[in-house]
Write a protein that binds this ligand. Structure first.
Ligand code: TLP
Length: 347
């Protein structure tokens, strides 16, 4: 039997655990659009408590969480500030323009972290010519910066700017629990700096579907209406929420294992010719390999021939993500394959 590939493309590839499948089969359900699904309610309450917020809203995807967040705080013609490589700007097919009719003023971060003074400079003066700056978006962890953590001190500085200008702060915390585990700080400490924050159940936590937006009660009710407008109201969603509850009970501490494997992989890959990894930024489960030459796609192809899957996110950038379904042996296999492929490329 052929050995299955070691799949480092994303933590989104993880399948539900047997315990999740069991919980899904047994889940008590109702029509959640009518507010009658007890399992969804339990998940929303559990998630809100984890993030220290009044209420939660279960949504089908992280992309929808981001789009609801942007829409909840903006009017068409407004402007949002976000890190230039953030998911909401670069990986959501232009949805902020389509759904909210807003434009963006990007800020270039360092290791995914926007400098608060630079953000403040990008806030528009009140002027009939200028768009209104309506929202500051932070991504934590920052995916394209190699799973970099935006630490509490950086968030405090951004929060201070937001408050000085009366602008809300929104957190794309798709991998916020990775940030919390890496920092040894509670997730609610990060979320406290944001008016609205969300995290994904379907990435490192291994649930099959869903993210939870968390914020104040009135704000979440506003988000619930937007979710309906976007077609994200789900009926007997307790079936998938049940897996999310298991993910929260069993999956959070385990993320540390993914971080340790990513660190091992990052060090080994950084030592190879023609590539580098920002080891200081590599604190969680993402390893972003930068190439001196535009060889990421070709390298991904050659690695795939050796049974190791990674994603070329840009001509010079190849991403590996560790997760529950890659173990130590897979990491060693990836290192050996990369050594073989890159040594050849460098010769
Ligand atoms: N990220 C996916 C891809 O879309 C790139 C991945 O494999 O990492 N915010 C962040 C920071 C994300 O990384 C993602 C997914 C999302 C939002 C969107 O979540 P989904 O995929 O649930 O819509």
């Amino acid at each position: 039997m052929p050995v299955p590939p070691a799949d480092f493309r994303s933590d989104t590839v993880t399948k539900p655990t047997p315990e999740m499948r069991e919980a899904m089969a047994r889940a008590e359900v109702g029509d959640d659009v009518l507010g009658e699904d007890p399992t969804v309610k339990r998940l929303e309450e559990t998630a809100a408590a984890l993030l220290g917020k009044e209420a939660g809203l279960f949504v089908p995807s992280g992309t929808m969480a981001n789009q609801i967040g942007v829409k909840a705080f903006t009017q068409p013609g407004d402007e949002i500030i976000a890190e230039e490589q953030s998911h909401v700007l670069t990986f959501e097919a232009g949805a902020i323009g389509l759904i909210s009719g807003v434009q963006c003023r990007p800020v270039k971060g360092r290791q995914g972290i926007m400098d608060a003074a630079e953000v403040e400079e990008k806030i528009r003066e009140h002027d009939i010519h200028a768009p209104r700056t309506a929202l500051i978006c932070v991504e934590n962890t920052h995916n394209l910066a190699g799973g970099a953590v935006v630490p509490l001190a950086a968030l405090d500085a951004l929060r201070a700017v937001a408050e000085r200008h009366g602008i809300p702060l929104f957190m794309d915390g798709a991998r916020l629990l990775n940030a919390a585990v890496a920092e040894g700080a509670p997730a609610r400490a990060f979320a406290a700096r944001a008016d609205l924050a969300w995290f994904a159940l379907s990435k490192g936590l291994s649930a099959p579907v869903g993210s939870v937006l968390c914020g104040g009660r009135a704000l979440i009710e506003r988000c619930r209406r937007i979710r309906k407008q976007l077609g994200g109201g789900m009926r007997q969603a307790g079936i998938i929420a049940a897996a999310g509850l298991v993910a929260l009970e069993t999956g959070i501490e385990r993320l540390a294992e993914d971080h340790a494997r990513a660190a091992r992989l990052a060090r080994a890959l950084d030592a190879l010719p023609g590539v580098s990894v920002d080891l200081a930024a590599t604190r969680t489960n993402i390893v972003m390999v930068s190439f001196a030459e535009p060889r990421a796609a070709e390298t991904a192809r050659r690695l795939a021939e050796r049974g190791v899957l990674a994603i070329a996110l840009a001509p010079r950038r190849l991403r590996f993500v560790t997760h529950r379904e890659v173990g130590d042996a897979d990491v060693e296999r990836a290192i050996a394959a990369a050594q073989a492929v890159l040594a050849r490329a460098g010769s």
